[in-house]
Design a protein around this ligand. Structure first.
Ligand code: 3HC
Length: 293
C-alpha cells in the first residue's frame, strides 16, 4: 500500500520543529503544529513568522505566498487534534523519557495507519518505536538546521520497519525538495556521528589552547571552505543538543573520541546554549579569550 501524506502533525515548535512545519507547508501539505502550552505555542508562532518574514524581506516570498504557507499551519496545544494526521513528526528535546511518553500518547491518539516519525539527533529510533503498538510504522526523519535551507533528510529505518515504508518516506522527502539518505539506527546516524565528533574535537583543541575560538573558526572556514567555523556551528545547533548527542555517542561506542569536551558541559550548565539563549561560544565571556596554555 502506498500511503498519501497530506496532513502532517509536528510536535514541538522550537527551532527545528518550526522549520520542519514550514518545510511541509511550503510543499503544500496541511500541518498541525503542537506545543505543550500557550507560551511555547506563542514562541513557535514567532519562529514561523520570523523565518517566513526573513524570506519575505529578501524577496524570496510574496505577502500572498507567505500568508498561504502560514495559512496551511494550524497551531494547537491539544495533541488530540492529531487524530486524523497521516504522519506525525516529533521534534521535542532529546530526552528519551519525554520521547517515550510522547510516542505512547501519539500511539493512542493517532489513527492506526498513521506513521510516527522522530527528528531525534541521536537517540535510538528502535527504543522509541518499541513504546508503541505500531513499531513497524515508526521511523526517523532527521532534518538539519536550518530546516528550510538544508537539503538533507536522513531516513532512519529499524529492524522492524515495515517493508517499503522507508522508501515512501524518502519519496516524501523528495516532495519537500530534500534529498533523502537511508541510514540504520545507530547513535548519531551518519551526519552527527561525523560532524559532532569534529565539533567536539574543536572544543577540545580550544581547551588545550592550540588556537583561539576565532582562529579555529577562521582556519576551518578559509582552509576547508565550510560555511561556518565549528564554534559558530555549535552555537547554531545549540550547545545542549550538541552535548546530548556527544553523551549518546560516547555511551553507545565507549570510544574516547566521542567523550564530550568538558567546556561543552560547563557552558550548558551555565545556561549558555548558543543562539537560542543569545550566548554560547560567541558572546559568552567564559570562552571569548583563549585559555592560558
Ligand atoms: N530559516 C530560514 N531560512 C534561512 C535561515 C533560517 N533559520 N537561515 C538562513 N536562511 C536562508 C536565508 O534566508 C538565505 O536564503 P536566500 O539564499 O534564499 O536568500 C540562505 O538561507 C542563506 O542565508 P544567509 O545569506 O543569511 O547566510 P549564509 O549564506 O551565511 O547561510 C547558513 C546561512 C545556511 C546557516 C550557512 O551558514 C550554513 O549552511 N551553515 C551550516 C549549517 C549546518 O551545517 N547545519 C547542519 C547542522 S547539524 C544538524 O542540524 C543536525 C542536528 O541533529 C544537530
Amino acid at each position: 500500500m502506498t500511503r498519501s501524506f497530506e496532513k502532517v502533525g509536528v510536535v514541538g515548535l522550537g527551532t527545528m520543529g518550526a522549520g520542519i512545519a514550514e518545510v511541509f507547508a511550503r510543499a503544500g501539505l496541511r500541518v498541525i503544529g503542537v506545543e505543550a502550552d500557550p507560551d511555547a505555542l506563542g514562541r513557535g508562532r514567532d519562529n514561523l513568522e520570523n523565518s517566513t518574514g526573513r524570506a519575505l524581506a529578501k524577496g524570496r516570498l510574496s505577502e500572498a505566498e507567505r500568508a498561504e504557507i502560514l495559512g496551511r499551519i494550524t497551531l494547537t496545544t491539544s495533541r488530540e487534534d492529531l487524530a486524523d494526521a497521516d504522519l506525525v513528526i516529533e521534534a521535542i528535546p532529546e530526552v528519551m523519557d519525554f520521547k517515550r511518553a510522547l510516542f505512547t500518547d501519539l500511539d493512542r491518539i493517532c489513527k492506526p495507519s498513521a506513521v510516527l516519525a522522530t527528528n531525534t539527533s541521536s537517540l535510538s529510533v528502535t527504543e522509541i518505536a518499541a513504546t508503541t503498538g505500531r513499531p513497524g510504522r515508526v521511523v526517523g526523519m532527521h532534518f538539519f538546521n536550518p530546516a528550510p535551507v538544508m537539503r538533507l533528510v536522513e531516513v532512519v529505518h529499524t529492524v522492524v520497519t515495515e517493508d517499503g515504508l522507508a522508501e515512501e518516506i524518502a519519496a516524501l522527502a523528495r516532495r519537500l525538495g530534500k534529498t533523502p539518505v537511508s541510514v540504520g539506527d545507530r547513535a548519531g546516524f551518519v551526519v552527527n556521528r561525523l560532524l559532532l565528533t569534529y565539533l567536539n574535537h574543536a572544543a577540545v583543541l580550544l581547551e588545550n589552547g592550540l588556537a583561539t575560538r576565532d582562529g579555529i573558526d577562521a582556519a576551518m572556514k578559509l582552509g576547508v571552505g565550510v560555511p561556518m567555523g565549528p564554534f559558530a556551528l555549535l552555537d547554531l545547533i545549540g550547545l545542549d543538543t550538541s552535548y546530548e548527542v556527544m553523551c549518546v555517542l560516547f555511551q553507545e561506542t565507549r570510544d574516547r573520541r566521542h567523550a564530550p569536551a568538558p567546556i561543552l558541559r560547563e557552558l550548558v550548565t551555565a545556561g549558555l546554549l548558543g543562539r537560542k539563549t543569545g550566548a554560547g561560544f560567541y558572546d559568552g565571556q567564559a570562552v571569548a579569550t583563549p585559555p592560558a596554555s
